[in-house]
Design a protein around this ligand. Structure first.
Ligand code: NDP
Length: 274
């Protein structure tokens, strides 16, 4: 699905370029977190596949907040750059909120800036955070109707859980958001027709916590000590009860990248209009 979307986006990128609209993504990475390095490489590779400009800014972990903010100011004014992405998490000592708030909302392809977060709440937005957008695309492309369904999200992060809840609500789902203080999690997850899990704990949700026939979307990416990548859902027990389930790796991850490309093209159009 992600390959097909990227192929469509490549055609769109070619059309934009023919009209003189040049999409360009700046990816800023601070420090040497190995997982962040993998994600940044994947994002650059996707830009390359679509034939769009990507510029990487790899800064050392000891970069000061002033230096990072100065780079963002520069990229905000750079006409070659339509989208700016700062890979999170940032090293300790750098204020993520301050850094995100500095990105021009029109170039905020991650949709983390408060202006874009507010627009998602209202339901009138240019950019959707890439992971929840990828989940919505997976659901839609699989022909699953959300309207009236019990949708349960486990996890309430600003990056996944909260925007996910808004997107499902906009599609008329009946949405419940669970977190670490939820009492009797199993009782809630068992009600879900559509279960989205973004907790960051390996194989945390097991088959017995899932309703027969539910659609299960596993956002989690966890590396075990033996280096194996697993999700937040125990795939083996869950697939026995679910009517549809996403694998890890290879499920939500590639869709997230595809949605980043979609936002980058959108940013090129938005910035051209202004
Ligand atoms: P966060 O750590 O920001 O949030 C985790 C959430 O899980 C919190 O809301 C927390 O609750 C909740 N939680 C923790 N323990 C429990 C528990 N025992 N019961 C119920 N809820 C619990 O994580 P993210 O949202 O950033 O990421 C979640 C996972 O998704 C990670 O594995 C991450 O790697 C992955 N991810 C994957 C992406 C992709 O492209 N596929 C993109 C982004 C993330 P509380 O708020 O109360 O602390």
């Amino acid at each position: 699905m992600s390959a097909r979307i990227k192929a469509e986006l490549k055609e769109e990128a070619d059309k934009l370029k023919a009209q003189g609209i040049m999409p360009g993504l700046a990816v800023v990475i601070v420090g040497d977190d190995p997982a962040s390095r993998v994600y940044v490489n994947n994002k650059k590779k996707a830009c390359c596949e679509l034939g769009i400009l990507s510029e990487e800014y790899a800064l050392p972990a000891e970069t000061s907040e002033e230096e990072l903010l100065a780079l963002i100011d520069k990229l905000n004014c750079d006409n070659k750059i339509s989208g700016i992405l700062v890979q999170l998490p940032l090293p300790k000592g750098l204020d993520e909120e301050k850094v995100i708030n500095r990105i021009n909302p029109k170039k905020d392809v991650d949709a983390f800036h408060p202006v874009n977060v507010g627009k998602i709440m209202i339901g009138n937005y240019d950019f959707v955070p890439c992971t929840p957008a990828g989940v919505m695309e997976l659901i839609a492309e699989s022909g699953i109707d959300i309207s009236g369904k019990e949708c349960v999200i486990v996890g309430r992060s600003n990056i996944v859980g909260k925007p996910m809840s808004m997107l499902l609500l906009h599609k008329n789902g009946t949405v419940t958001v669970c977190h670490s203080k939820t009492r009797d999690l199993k009782e809630v997850t068992k009600r879900a027709d559509i279960l989205v899990v973004a907790v960051g704990r390996p194989e945390f949700i097991t088959g017995e916590m899932i309703k027969e026939g539910a659609v299960v979307i596993d956002v989690g990416i966890n590396r075990l000590e033996n280096k194996k990548l697993v999700g937040d859902v125990e795939f083996e027990s869950a697939e026995k009860v679910a009517s549809a389930i996403t694998p890890v790796p290879g499920g939500v991850g590639p869709m997230t990248i595809a949605m980043l490309m979609k936002n980058t093209l959108k940013a090129a159009i938005v910035n051209k209009e202004n």
